[in-house]
Design a protein around this ligand. Structure first.
Ligand SMILES: [Zn+2]
Length: 247
């Protein structure tokens, strides 16, 4: 079944991208409905639960009063629950936009990871995420570029999956956007301010939610330079910009 282009596979993990069927525990949530306007999933949004334990998160994601859900929840030990069928609309994304498009819930599959936000993501959990993501991307013909974090589509409002999430791992496996390498070390600045360039490149990548530059910078750094601080610098453009900006 597998069938990403050779070379897109991550060599380091030794696992197939579609691999064996996952062991999924079905736990239906009432917090779902049909996707609007006949939409089908074209993106994946990753979250952390910000709760202590998968069971507590599951209770909340299936509580009609909470009015939240996701398609999947992955526990720290790699246990996998499904709450909403993939062809249905789960309530995980809320307000925000990506690539100029709103109603992310109608366009996406939402995956919650059991994590408070304050500690690393466990290997068994990431291993299941690798397989689940590869299967979802295959099933719905979703581009790795369309695998995003909640913080990407809701900058300033949401911070998950947070600075400890291993985006580089997903990129190596062809399961998230590959970050272009800078071709040099000297930044060649054309006739535009650093801020203008940053905003333009971020916008072109999909960061279209209307926020100020500081909020946008915080969101982009969460994804690409999670421990960076201080004002915008040329290095912030490396993950976004074309290589011809570097000499
Ligand atoms: Zn979230």
């Amino acid at each position: 079944m597998s069938q990403r282009e050779p070379g897109q596979q991550g060599a380091g993990y030794g696992r197939s991208d579609t691999a064996a069927p996952l062991d999924v525990t079905w736990c239906p949530s009432p917090n779902q409905g049909p996707r609007r306007e006949g939409l089908s999933p074209s993106m994946v949004v990753l979250h952390y639960t910000a709760m202590h334990g998968a069971e507590a998160a599951l209770d909340r994601l299936c509580d009609p009063v909470a009015e939240v859900s996701a398609h999947y929840l992955i526990g720290r030990d790699g246990r996998l629950w499904q709450m909403v069928p993939e062809n249905q609309r789960a309530w995980h994304a809320g307000a925000g936009e990506w690539c100029g498009q709103g109603d992310i819930n109608s366009r996406s599959i939402g995956i919650e990871l059991d994590n408070t936000g304050g500690h690393p993501f466990c290997e068994p959990q990431m291993a299941v995420l690798d397989v689940l993501l590869s299967q979802i991307l295959m099933r719905w013909s979703i581009s790795p570029d369309a695998v995003i974090g909640h913080s990407d589509m809701a900058p300033g409002r949401k911070g998950d999956p947070g600075p400890r999430f291993d985006w580089a791992r997903l990129a190596r496996l062809g399961l998230a956007r590959a970050v272009p390498a800078a071709s040099g070390t000297h930044f060649h600045q054309p006739d535009a301010s650093l801020e203008d360039l940053f905003c333009r490149y971020a916008h072109d990548l999909g960061y279209t939610a209307p926020v100020d530059t500081a909020t946008l910078l915080a969101a982009v750094r969460l994804r690409y330079r999670p421990w960076a601080a201080g004002p915008l610098v040329a290095e912030d453009l490396i993950p976004l910009a074309q290589s011809d900006l570097w000499l």
